[in-house]
Ligand binder design. Structure first.
Ligand code: FHN
Length: 479
């Protein structure tokens, strides 16, 4: 039977959430949760403001799975390369011995950081430990680490230093699932399982604390592998863990994948409120419209092929082009979200050609148009078929990112009531005239130059939000 909400603090939180329209659950139907959401609305501190402003991220999945690269003994694994250990054709003992071959002699963190910088990346996420349990840092709590490999050295430290030097923030991916750890249990069926799980929780906490102490400049954790029963049925622990980590590392950013509430609800608690600092459920998909994000900070993570995160020698199926990825970045920004593109380096420490090409092409576009992305967000205008509006947050400057140029070359610009257009200009060529045709009080046509656009074209609009609807400046300009 549901317990009805009586506690003053819970009621206050609920009222705040309801007034912000973040929940479809009325106060009457809300239940008391000890381990549900602890905050109404988004974080407003400087760390979170920065995360929100960066918009473009680079995800790197790197680990032992890069060695087989989706193949074992001449056979091709159809799943995601980083899951190959779970394939029946690959004996687990063979996988668990791959660390003896991990020797990325061409690993050059400074070059990686430069490439990421050139792509326009504001932050990066690196897999410190994926589901296989292999640690890319020399953890004192595990023997299954880089220290035991022929490479011997830390991978993470030099990466954090190199990226930070280029002004790129670093986030640490950490999988709770750990196939290598003797105490990891997906579910707890016996008292012995529960004992093992208790030891495992201490191990997890120790490793996370170790990572924060070793790499104090990191900005947050990116948790994964939190869907097993053993984890999601222990909301008290993940709650305590999140609070502990944010206490020892103030400002630390943690998405919604870490926690479950005491009823096993993940991401959103049983009252429908987001747990964690941003919504982390957008994996290989993006929200369609602004209403889908319910006012929450969010981040989408995307693979270049269909579903490969770690290195797979044979990419199959549709491989996203740079323009597709740019459009996803633009769409995410226009919906107040961050967009993170995944790369899976080879086992020698280099990137495949297709990935390098995308980094360069996206970088080229960002060099000219990055001003529309960084610090951009939802504009509040009705979406049009040509693409996406992005507002330079807190200003009257709005970018139009045109991803589909109509055959007519005419772009309808529809602003909200009381908003008029005062100026329109190409972002890459502000002196070239772009005179709006006034078709209504708050409606215009912009006529693009007839040319073959190879990448999304960006137009910067200056708007006046408290206007009387006077468009005479354009009429004058036309005569
Ligand atoms: O199983 C993993 C997968 O390998 C990859 O790491 C992605 C990244 O978001 N997360 C998991 C699936 O949700």
């Amino acid at each position: 039977m549901k317990k009805f909400c009586t506690a003053a603090a819970t009621a206050l939180l609920l009222l705040q959430l309801q007034s912000q329209g973040q929940t479809g659950i009325s106060a009457k139907d809300s239940i008391i949760l000890e381990h549900g959401a602890h905050r109404a609305g988004n974080r407003t501190d400087a760390d979170m403001e920065r995360w929100r402003s960066l918009r473009l991220g680079q995800f790197i999945h790197w680990g032992l799975y890069a060695i087989p690269g989706g193949e074992w003994k001449g056979k091709t694994y159809n799943g995601a390369a980083e899951w190959i250990r779970s394939w029946k054709e690959m004996p687990q003992a063979d996988y668990d011995n791959l660390y003896k071959q991990f020797n990325p002699v061409n690993y050059n963190p400074e070059q990686w950081a430069q490439q990421a910088k050139d792509m326009g990346t504001g932050y990066m996420i690196i897999t410190t430990k994926h589901h296989d349990g292999f640690c890319l840092w020399p953890s004192k709590y595990s023997r299954y680490t880089v220290a035991a490999s022929p490479w011997k050295k830390d991978i993470i430290g030099p990466m954090v230093t190199a990226y930070n030097k280029k002004g790129i923030d670093v986030y640490l991916y950490f999988s709770i699932i750990d196939w290598n750890h003797p105490d990891y249990r997906a579910s707890l069926k016996t008292p012995a399982d529960s004992l093992a799980n208790s030891r495992f929780k201490v191990f997890v906490k120790n490793q996370l604390q170790e990572l924060l102490l070793k790499y104090p400049t990191v900005k947050g954790f990116w948790f994964d592998g939190t869907w097993d029963d053993s984890w999601k049925n222990d909301g008290a622990f993940s709650d305590e863990l999140e609070q502990y980590l944010q206490k020892i590392h103030p400002g630390l950013i943690i998405g919604s994948r870490l926690r479950a509430d005491e009823k096993g609800a993940r991401h959103f608690d049983s009252n429908g409120h987001l747990m964690g600092d941003y919504e982390q459920g957008w994996e290989r998909k993006l929200p369609e419209k602004f209403a889908d994000i319910h006012g929450n900070d969010w981040e989408g993570v995307m693979t270049i092929p269909e579903n490969q995160w770690g290195y797979n020698a044979k990419w199959a199926g549709h491989i996203k082009t740079s323009n597709e990825l740019i459009e996803m970045l633009v769409k995410s920004t226009s919906l107040d979200g961050n967009f993170v593109i995944n790369f899976g380096p080879k086992s020698d420490g280099t990137f495949r050609t297709e990935e390098l090409q995308r980094m360069q092409e996206i970088g080229q576009w960002m060099k000219t148009n990055g001003a529309a992305i960084r610090g951009g967000g939802y504009a509040g205008f009705e979406k049009q078929d040509w693409g996406y509006y992005i507002r330079k947050t807190g200003t009257d400057s709005v970018f139009m990112v045109v991803c589909n140029v109509p055959v007519s070359g005419s772009l309808r610009v529809k602003l909200t009531a009381q908003t008029t257009l005062t100026k329109a200009a190409y972002l890459d060529n502000p002196t070239q005239p772009l005179l709006p045709e006034v078709i209504g009080k708050n409606e215009y046509f912009l006529h693009l130059d007839a040319k073959n656009y190879q990448t999304p074209v960006v137009i910067l609009l200056q708007t006046n939000r408290s206007s009387s609807g006077d468009n005479s400046h354009f009429e004058k300009a036309k005569t």
